[in-house]
Design a protein around this ligand. Structure first.
Ligand code: AHG
Ligand code: MN
Ligand code: MN
Length: 337
């Protein structure tokens, strides 16, 4: 690379070239990146910073919160609430939406996030991350401030989506609807530097990601798909498959962006009333848009995730995403079986 392009410069150049990033959105994305940088610092300190282990609390989904879930949530809120580009925020770790307090200027965007994805990996020093999604505040007829119902927009309405992965490197991946770009944190400089543009997921793959311990609870289409992968060269697929499961969606999706693959977190019989484990607004929507922008596909087994109309903020969803031909195969099994 002739010269290093920082995230700031990249966003300014995008804004100049096609106007896809209004100034307020550009500032918002820079603030999110800054917050991720500070979460990255906390993650890196680990035991030295006293950030490992559980907090004595549960979130709205009944999951025990880790200290870092709460720290990351606070960092994102504090960084974003005063800048004037946001109207409200919603997070996996908060029961209800967080309005920008009246004392601060109000903006036209709404930010949603999974502050810390892969909580079970925090204490064992495995990659974790932050996932975020940006929506525009609708022109509402109810004449009041932002309400929870304003957030219930389909994923196709997102204006930006991204994630930051805290792994061997801290890497931020972003889409504003014209492809996917990746930035690596240069710790000495303290800035995110563009390291890959126009990321493309190969349409075919020989690598799948699923939590195999749930096999006995799966539905027939998922069982069929995985059985066929496991049958390898001698089976109907005629090739051997490899398996990976990191249990941090950010890390599994990042691998898929880098070298292809398919990721499944399907509905299963453990809790049949739940559509899936992952959250539509904080995990599935942003990741699905990133994957589609990289040439991949994302469905809930039957429908395109980005077309789903959310009915509640903390809605869950089944997720099948990654290399296009594999996702279409799994989706086809659901509609024909
Ligand atoms: P979170 O840490 O935000 O609750 O998300 C964890 C999610 C996702 O990152 C991962 O793919 C999945 O849960 C792992 O679930 P299992 O432990 O059931 O494999
Ligand atoms: Mn998560
Ligand atoms: Mn989380």
């Amino acid at each position: 690379m002739a010269h290093k392009i920082s995230l700031t410069r990249y966003l300014v150049e995008q804004q100049r070239s096609d106007g896809s990033i209004p100034s307020q959105l550009r500032l918002l994305l820079e603030v999110v990146a800054r917050a991720c940088k500070s979460i990255s610092q906390a993650v890196n300190k680990g035991a030295l910073g006293g950030v490992l282990g559980s907090a004595e609390s549960e979130n709205v989904q009944g999951e025990v919160q880790k200290k870092l879930d709460i720290i990351a949530n606070e960092v994102l809120i504090e960084a974003n609430e005063w800048g004037g580009h946001l109207a409200a925020m919603a997070s996996e770790e908060m029961d209800s939406i967080h309005l920008v307090p009246n004392r601060y200027p109000q903006g036209e965007y709404m930010l949603l996030f999974d502050p810390l994805d892969g909580s079970s990996n925090i204490d064992v020093n495995v990659s974790i991350g932050t996932i975020f999604s940006v929506l525009k505040k609708p022109e509402n007829g109810h004449g009041q401030g932002v309400q929870e119902s304003d957030f219930l927009q389909a994923g196709s309405k997102q204006v930006a989506a991204g994630y930051c992965i805290y792994g061997p490197q801290t890497t931020l991946v972003l889409t504003v609807g014209n492809g996917v770009a990746m930035f690596t944190l240069d710790r000495e400089q303290g800035s995110f530097i563009l390291t890959q543009e126009n990321i493309q997921i190969p349409a075919d793959t020989k690598e799948f990601a699923i939590n195999m311990s749930n096999q006995r609870h799966w539905d027939a289409p998922v069982t069929r798909y995985i059985d066929e992968c496991l049958a390898g060269k001698e089976g109907p697929r005629g090739k051997d498959f490899n398996m990976r499961w990191i249990a941090s969606m950010v890390a599994d999706v990042h691998r898929i962006l880098m070298r292809g693959g398919i990721f499944l977190y399907p509905w299963d019989k453990r809790e049949p009333e739940k559509a899936g484990k992952l959250r539509l607004m904080y995990e599935a929507n942003p990741m699905s848009w990133i994957v589609e922008q990289a040439g991949g596909a994302a469905t809930n087994g039957r429908q395109r995730i980005l077309d789903l109309a959310p009915t509640k903020l903390h809605e869950r969803v089944a997720v099948v995403l990654g290399s296009k031909n594999e996702v279409e195969r799994v989706t086809g099994y659901h509609t024909t079986l």
